[in-house]
Design a protein around this ligand. Structure first.
Ligand code: SIN
Length: 291
């Protein structure tokens, strides 16, 4: 079955010019490449405000040809809040505020090779992440897909939206970290928290579909089979609706900054046995996800 004009609605008219730079959009509603910002230099307040505004507008910002070290990467992150320490950091070692994303021929998995929103098991999940990729696979591949979860919500029928609006769901870190990555939990276990199935973005105030196959274990108050069926329907919606997505094709020294509240992402591991390397800084959210 193919889509027709009947199912279309306007892509929107998001601005591309800001006071201190311009952006080139990847799609009409999600993803933009930022021109003319050097992240190795301290940002002026005006630049930081413009980046924040463009990030709210486009959800995923791509900065090409950046030559930054870890301190500069972290300094960029700190312009938007306190830096996050990943729950699996006890396993990674190294700098607690840097998450390395390293995939080689020996890797048992690559981080994030499935639709997810980062660390929604936390009581206050990261509000955003900045991944700086310095090594891309020799023969191509290794792109990351991002889905617009505002649009995912808006594309649902009014009846389903109404049904979901008052529900909450449990997000459990043990799912990916133990189930998929086979890591030993820290003392006290991985975080597990309940969040609304539909949240409002604290800045834009728009509604967002906020369940993801990475972390969401079940919907509270539904039977096990009912919860599974509803979650599977929502996951299928994201996984089979390409108009929700943009695709970042990494080149060495690209930094991508995504809004972790209104997007999901999926790192594509299509380059085995070649290698890919990046480092991620995430920013602690300023409030619990709320309806
Ligand atoms: C992640 O943050 O989930 C990894 C994304 C990627 O490697 O592209």
């Amino acid at each position: 079955m193919f889509n027709t004009r009947e199912g279309q609605f306007e892509a929107g008219d998001i601005r591309t010019e800001y006071r201190t730079f311009e952006v080139n959009s990847l799609t009409p509603h999600i993803g933009a490449e930022v021109e003319g910002v050097d992240l190795a230099q301290p940002l002026s307040n005006e630049q930081a405000q413009d980046i924040h505004d463009a990030w709210m507008d486009w959800k995923v910002l791509v900065f090409r040809d950046q030559q930054i070290d870890r301190d500069q990467h972290k300094a960029f992150g700190r312009r938007f809040g306190r830096l996050h320490v990943h729950p699996m950091q006890h396993k990674y070692g190294g700098d607690p505020e840097i998450l390395t994303v390293k995939t080689t021929a020996e890797s048992a998995y690559t981080s994030g090779d499935g639709w997810h929103t980062d660390v929604t098991c936390d009581e206050v999940p990261p509000l955003g992440s900045m991944l700086y990729v310095t090594e891309t696979p020799e023969k191509g591949g290794g792109d990351t897909l991002f889905a617009d979860m505002y649009l995912a919500y808006r594309l649902l029928s009014p009846s389903i939206r109404e049904f979901l609006d008052d529900l909450t769901a449990v997000h459990d870190g043990a799912g990916p970290y133990v189930g998929a990555y086979k890591s030993t939990p820290p003392p006290g276990g991985y975080p597990k928290n309940e969040h609304p199935v539909v949240i409002r973005h604290p800045v834009t105030r728009e509604k967002i579909l906020y369940v993801n196959p990475g972390f969401t274990s079940h919907i509270v108050g539904l039977g096990r089979a009912e919860s599974r069926a509803v979650l599977d329907m929502l996951y299928q919606h994201v996984a089979t609706t390409p108009r929700l997505w943009c695709r970042v094709d990494w080149k060495p020294n690209t930094l991508t900054f995504w809004d972790n509240r209104c997007t999901q992402h999926h790192a594509v591991w299509d380059y085995f046995p070649n290698s890919r390397y990046g480092e991620r800084v995430s920013i602690v959210g300023d409030q619990r996800p709320a309806a």
